[in-house]
Design a protein around this ligand. Structure first.
Ligand SMILES: [Zn+2]
Length: 180
């Protein structure tokens, strides 16, 4: 904020509130002492000429593009992160039974009495059945992994589109107003 400090020459010197109490120089060359803040405020305020009203730097269309781009980008990044975590938690390798493990199991069966083996067999059949229904887990996981890979690609493209919208908002020039 500036106030007009009158000089003996008739000019008025704009003085900022930060200059209160300091020496200011008029265009005529006279040095003037700016009054203290309280008295300075009682002087006529210096109306700073408003420069021509600025057109908004961005058009409405650019704003929409930018906001839409941000939203699309954020949603797709969150989806990509979640999908990536889901995908990396899948076990798609066919489980390998170590030969030593199989040897141990066969040796155990040889040592067991027939009754023990009958119990073991009954237990296993009752618990799990001879075969599991459907595909083995690793095959199901492989299928799920393919679906998640496709989702990653799709959302990668969507994220790129969002980034493109944001970039476009910066590149599109606001339209010049037509002279009436
Ligand atoms: Zn003067």
């Amino acid at each position: 904020m500036q106030y007009l400090l009158p000089c003996e020459c008739g000019r008025r010197v704009p003085v900022a509130t930060s200059q209160a109490g300091e020496t200011v120089v008029c265009e005529c060359g006279r040095s003037l002492t700016a009054p203290k803040l309280r008295e300075l405020r009682q002087l006529e305020p210096h109306a700073v000429k408003e420069t021509a009203p600025r057109r908004p730097v961005w058009s409405f269309r650019q704003g929409v593009m930018f906001v839409a781009g941000i939203v699309v980008l954020l949603i797709s990044i969150v989806t990509l992160v979640i999908t990536g975590m889901q995908r990396s938690s899948l076990y798609t390798e066919k489980p390998e039974f170590h030969p030593e493990f199989i040897e141990q199991q066969l040796a155990q069966i040889d040592r067991n009495s027939p009754v023990e083996n009958l119990e073991l067999w009954r237990h296993e059949i009752l618990e799990h059945g001879l075969t599991r229904p459907g595909d083995p887990g690793y095959l199901l996981h492989r299928r799920a992994k393919r679906a998640l890979t496709i989702r990653l690609i799709v959302f990668g493209v969507i994220a790129a589109a969002g980034a493109g919208l944001i970039a476009g908002a910066f590149l599109v020039r606001p339209r010049e107003p037509r002279p009436a």
